[in-house]
Design a protein around this ligand. Structure first.
Ligand SMILES: [Zn+2]
Length: 264
């Protein structure tokens, strides 16, 4: 479970989440390498934050997809308005040695490609500009919705591959924001590592207060990694597919649950 918080202070909107539990669950299911854990975790966290800032007006189910030429190949994160989240990475073993600054080389396993967002009926996509994912979400928000934002996403992986902490923030600068307001935000996030901050046992509320000062959230929502696959949904999609035989075992790509197809 991860609690996402949203608030607005003057002309700045803040969304935050400590997504450690969600990313840990994703790692347990997909048995990801350290770099893949960081990539999948960042995409999941970014998708949650994006769904959070969409609430209020029109809640939407959201799919975020990275299609890339790097070894990770494809990453999917889906978020439902119920708060259920699930993810997938095509190559969970994609890994590279850490960068010279000891950080996981996430952009190295992404390479070039596109970031695509699907919200009930709308599909928008942008080229990958950084591969570190946070900046790619910010670029997407600016290109497709003309929203100026800073997005920070982080996953700290321990020496046994475990998820020590994960989380993120999205800070949207509204058109009327003053130079002083923007400067304050820039100072707060300069050299700030969200995963290291959260690794000290800090909560979503702590993160919100660090970024926005002493504020109350105007919206909060619990998110959980909880796949919504079912036999009924699966059989609907394969019933008329003649290449799939009776008694085939089908595995959900998001949670690895196995179903035996019985066409009769
Ligand atoms: Zn499933």
């Amino acid at each position: 479970m991860g609690k996402a918080l949203l608030t607005r202070k003057d002309n700045i909107v803040y969304g935050v989440i400590n997504s450690t539990d969600i990313v840990s669950k994703a790692r347990d299911i997909h048995r990801t390498s350290p770099t893949s854990t960081a990539l999948l975790g960042r995409v999941l966290t970014g998708a949650i934050l994006y769904s959070l800032i969409y609430r209020g007006t029109q809640p939407k189910n959201i799919t975020v997809e990275i299609l890339c030429k790097g070894p990770a190949k494809r990453v999917i994160a889906q978020v439902k308005t119920s708060g259920q989240v699930r993810g997938f990475i095509a190559n969970p073993k994609a890994d590279l040695p850490p960068r010279s600054d000891k950080k996981l080389n996430v952009s190295g396993i992404v390479g070039s490609g596109i970031l695509r967002v699907i919200r009930e009926g709308y599909i928008s996509e942008v080229p990958i500009v950084s591969g570190e994912i946070g900046d790619d979400f910010a670029y997407f928000l600016y290109q497709s919705e003309q929203r100026k934002s800073a997005v920070g996403l982080g996953v700290l992986v321990g020496k046994y591959g475990q998820v020590v902490s994960a989380g993120g923030f999205i800070i949207e600068v509204l058109p009327d924001a003053s130079e002083d307001e923007i400067k304050r935000v820039e100072d707060k996030i300069k050299d700030f590592s969200v995963s290291i901050y959260l690794s000290g046992g800090r909560s979503s509320s702590d993160l919100l207060n660090y970024l926005a000062g002493d504020v109350q959230p105007i919206d909060e929502r619990d998110y959980i990694y909880d796949c919504w696959c079912s036999y009924e949904r699966l059989i609907e999609t394969v019933l008329h597919d003649e290449t799939i035989e009776d008694n085939t075992i089908a595995k959900c790509i998001f949670c690895k649950k196995e179903y035996i197809i019985r066409k009769r």
